[in-house]
Design a protein around this ligand. Sequence first.
Ligand code: GLU
Length: 495
Amino acid sequence: MPVRVRYAPSPTGSPHVGNLRTAIYNWLFVKKMGGQFIARLEDTDRTPGRYMPEGIWDIEESLRYLGTIPDEWWVSGGSSGPYIQSERLPLYKEYADKLIASGHAYRCYCSRERLEAMRQEQQAKGIPTGYDRCCRSDDGREEMRTKRREELGHEPPCVVRLAMPLEGQTVVHDLVKGDIVYDNRTQDDQVLLKTDGFPTYFLACAVDDHLMGVTHVIRGDDWLSSAAKFVAVINAFGWDPPALVHPPLIMGSDRKKLSKRHGSTQFTEFVEQGYLPEALLNFLVLLGWSAGDENRELFTLPELIERFSLEGISEHPAIFDYDKLKWMNGMYIRQSPPGRIIGLCIQQLQKAGLISNPPSEIELELARKLIPLEIERMKVLSEIVPMAEPFFHELRFPEGYDEKAVTKWLHVEYIHALLRNEIDIFTKIENWEPTSLETAIRTLAEDMQLKFAGVIHPTRVAVTGRTVGPGLFEALWALGRETTLQRLHSVLEAL
Ligand code: GLU
């Protein structure tokens, strides 16, 4: 049987890293085994605040960004479509009716108020909450239906509930976690179809996995707790359940479920900060899966495809280490062709308003000189913004100058002499190149009998407004003679 897997996101906003990891595992598994990777949009939960239709675009973008493009999805279509659940409503009704006909499901006419009162009473008594199965028997159901019809003056709305077996057990076979056995008596008669004709997750997912020929379900750990209900629906239809795999929970450094408190968790945030697709992919794969090569962190895509196996997925929670992700991103930045990083950094600078869109010739020239100077120490692309500020912003002393740096380095007693000499030298120097600038500045330090650092630091602060940045000679070179002189003059005049 060919492998068919699915990624089934709900449009609830920009995808969470846990979802991205799920997509990556599914995609890698298919690349390894051959088969099809399906993406299906699970948009039947219309709860306000949760349902965000525009989130569909972020889901698509994240898959394209990572390069984990589905073989079948709502973008391309395919033989098992439609791939958006809200476009499949007649199917769910048809299958709910089948379960009713076979005695595995029933219509329930109980009012919201009755169910709510029942729940409160159960809670007050401290017993597990759940439906009392009033409508499960023909008599009970007819009685309730008649009562509701009289109350409403018309045919009452109903939901369809699963008639959970009252004895026996439901077994969830998880390939990683083993068999998890649930006593059917502890399980509720869950709703499959709501009054508005929308299916609940359990019905929609079971029907779609079956009709789409899904062989393996690889999805987040948070779905394990409800897997018994999912399997119970599949059993009610008499279908074979797909193989189930629940990769482990992703936690923050405090061993609590990863959330905003720990840092970024959503796809768009990582892109904004400037994480490269291959770094995100490499990092997320290793979050709960091991290649059996514990000391190795960096893998090319072909290596990951070759090594990936469901057996390598861990049972134990994975810790999201932000520092490790940053480190990895830095490694990938340095492996990239510089032009790619320049292009991406230009986008960052445009977003920050430092470069126009499209960039001018002058901006491009500066960007091409400046950005490669930073590649060696850059971990995320957005770091280019503070670094590039003094180069793309007009700087007029003391505005935009770091106060501490000014106090420390521009109030030394020889500052006037130094700046005057530099203006003189920089005006005359023939080649405006890092090496000639270095020679000139070294000679000046000797002539003035100053330590090299005593020249470097004041010069850097005078020209860039701060103490950190690329090497001084490269910085001067990138900035150009004219701007350098302008800044030295403005500091000299103001001091
Ligand atoms: N729609 C679910 C989610 O948003 C996925 C459930 C599943 O994969 O079975 O996470």
